[in-house]
Ligand binder design. Structure first.
Ligand SMILES: *[C@@H]1O[C@H](CO)[C@@H](O)[C@H](O)[C@H]1NC(C)=O
Ligand SMILES: *[C@@H]1O[C@H](CO)[C@@H](O)[C@H](O)[C@H]1NC(C)=O
Ligand SMILES: *[C@@H]1O[C@H](CO)[C@@H](O)[C@H](O)[C@H]1NC(C)=O
Ligand SMILES: *[C@@H]1O[C@H](CO)[C@@H](O)[C@H](O)[C@H]1NC(C)=O
Ligand SMILES: *[C@@H]1O[C@H](CO)[C@@H](O)[C@H](O)[C@H]1NC(C)=O
Length: 453
């Protein structure tokens, strides 16, 4: 995840307002209507992607999108195929995922290594995990399986657990020379928790659940997560994590919700049931009172300061709410009203832009498109709409319940005794010029009420 200066101003600059076109006619109880809406939204998302064009790089989105968001987007398209059966994006998905496998078969491509955060790597890893869970066919040949790619992300990250500060946890950045190395952020740790819990559900291997438990306990202990399950952004490890940046994002709640749901699914324990109930309850901060049950990004939507990355975050809470209903069915009554109201509201404003089917950022705008267009806005609408199809699918598989992806528990572990490779000139470098550190971002939006614990 990166914070860019230009992105903060971009929202005001994109002024194409709602065109008056009819909104997508989404009927939330009709699977044909949902599928056709999802198809339109997916087509709108795909238009942003150029990586399959000759001379372009599979797995990269054009500026201003960072590499991680492309991994997130293919995660969304894997779910799109799973929910709808529409195979039209599978080929570009496989091409991109294979191209970005990189060193140790762990989504560490040399072009990205210089700016690689644990969260960036994990978004690709979570896409691979979804591919395994959804029975997206393994690439075959000499290519690593989807499951082994997720295992490799786990294995490369587990050795980065760093007890020298804050009693443990992962740092945001992987390499000492990167801005953000001293920040232990919740999304990096939360993605690790998510992958560990889902690997446990898939394989039954308790090494993964031990780490999921350990991560969850550490986050609570250090305060990245509060006792009432609010997730905060992160903490400076030069202060031993004694001060927490209390800003709350939808995606942090989302990655933990799915991980807790997976843990409950296998253990069926009261402890994980209570955690999951609490996480769902804690997400109330992201749902509007004014437009009941409609999701919004509380930290930046109303002040117009969501950057390019942040405009995609609702996609991940949406995705993981759908997953959660599937693997912890007793959460249905808590989550379905939120999924339904949010999907309806999201689709109602996907009626702008040249093709009159582009979505804006604000779902709480009562059908009025706010003129903020992009991969994040489009992906978020797609994820919430396709989650409505969860009753059409069987649920994520595991090794003993129909899984077809090959396991390789030691994937990626050779990273421990080999040097990292870098490419001299990278897209990451170009993107890097515009980075803001998290601390500056905090300065910009400081003092807002949601930062108070
Ligand atoms: C790395 O960058 C080069 C030059 O842009 C490109 O040709 C290559 O495909 C990239 N590799 C990956 C894995 O993105
Ligand atoms: C740093 O924080 C950890 C976790 O809260 C704690 O266990 C440790 O004692 C702290 N170290 C110092 C030097 O205060
Ligand atoms: C639900 O969330 C509210 C607001 O965060 C909190 O006050 C309450 O204690 C929570 N209830 C449960 C059962 O976690
Ligand atoms: C666990 O998740 C699977 C889907 O992955 C679902 O079919 C099953 O019913 C869930 N188990 C329980 C006890 O709810
Ligand atoms: C469980 O996972 C760990 C960590 O990847 C691995 O070392 C171990 O061999 C696995 N155990 C089995 C039985 O697959």
């Amino acid at each position: 995840m990166k914070f860019s200066v230009s992105a903060l101003g971009a929202l005001g600059a994109s002024t194409l307002l709602a065109s008056g076109a009819a909104a997508l006619d989404l009927q939330i109880d009709n699977s044909d209507s949902i599928k056709s809406t999802a198809k339109t939204l997916a087509a709108g998302l795909r238009k942003y992607y150029t990586g399959d064009k000759p001379g372009d790089t599979p797995g990269n989105l054009p500026d201003p999108y960072y590499w991680w968001e492309c991994g997130a987007m293919f995660g969304a398209l894997i779910d799109y195929w799973y929910y709808t059966g529409d195979t039209q994006y599978n080929a570009i998905t496989v091409q991109a995922m294979e191209h970005q496998i990189g060193d140790y078969n762990a989504f560490m491509p040399p072009n990205q290594t210089k700016t690689l955060g644990n969260d960036d790597q994990a978004f690709w890893g979570m896409a691979a995990m979804s591919a395994a869970e959804n029975k997206f066919p393994d690439p075959g040949g000499n290519q690593p399986s989807w499951l082994s790619l997720a295992q490799a992300v786990f294995n490369t990250q587990v050795v980065r657990w760093d007890p020298s500060t804050c009693g443990g946890g992962l740092r945001w950045q992987i390499f000492t020379f990167n801005n953000g190395y001293n920040y232990k952020n919740t999304i990096s740790n939360g993605c690790f928790f998510n992958i560990a819990a889902r690997l446990f559900k898939y394989t039954g291997n308790t090494t993964y659940s031990d780490w999921a438990e350990k991560m969850f306990a550490w986050e609570l202990n250090v305060g990245l997560m509060s006792k009432d399950y609010h997730y905060f952004d992160g903490s400076d490890d030069t202060l031993n994590c004694t001060q927490i940046n209390h800003i709350q994002w939808t995606y942090n709640a989302g990655v933990h919700m799915a991980g807790a749901a997976a843990m409950w699914n296998v253990t069926q324990s009261d402890v994980w049931k209570a955690h999951l109930t609490g996480i769902i309850n804690g997400t109330s901060v992201f749902f509007s009172q004014d437009s009941p049950n409609v999701m919004f990004e509380v930290a930046c939507e109303s002040n117009g300061k969501c950057d390019v990355d942040q405009r995609s975050f609702k996609a991940y809470l949406s995705r993981w709410m759908g997953y959660t209903v599937k693997v912890a069915p007793w959460t249905r009554d808590m989550l379905m009203p939120k999924i339904q109201a949010s999907a309806k509201a999201a689709a109602a404003q996907c009626n702008a832009g040249q093709t009159q089917d582009q979505c804006g950022l604000k779902w709480t705008n009562k059908g009025q498109n706010d003129g903020s267009f992009g991969v994040g806005e489009q992906m978020a609408a797609l994820e919430i709409v396709q989650a409505l199809l969860l009753d059409q699918v069987a649920g994520p598989v595991g090794e003993k319940s129909g899984g077809i992806s090959k396991s390789n528990p030691s994937a990626g572990s050779e990273s421990q005794d080999k040097p990292i490779t870098f490419n001299a000139i990278t897209t990451g470098d170009k993107a890097g010029a515009g980075f803001l550190t998290t601390l500056i971002l905090i300065g910009i939006i400081g003092g807002a009420w949601w930062m108070v614990s």
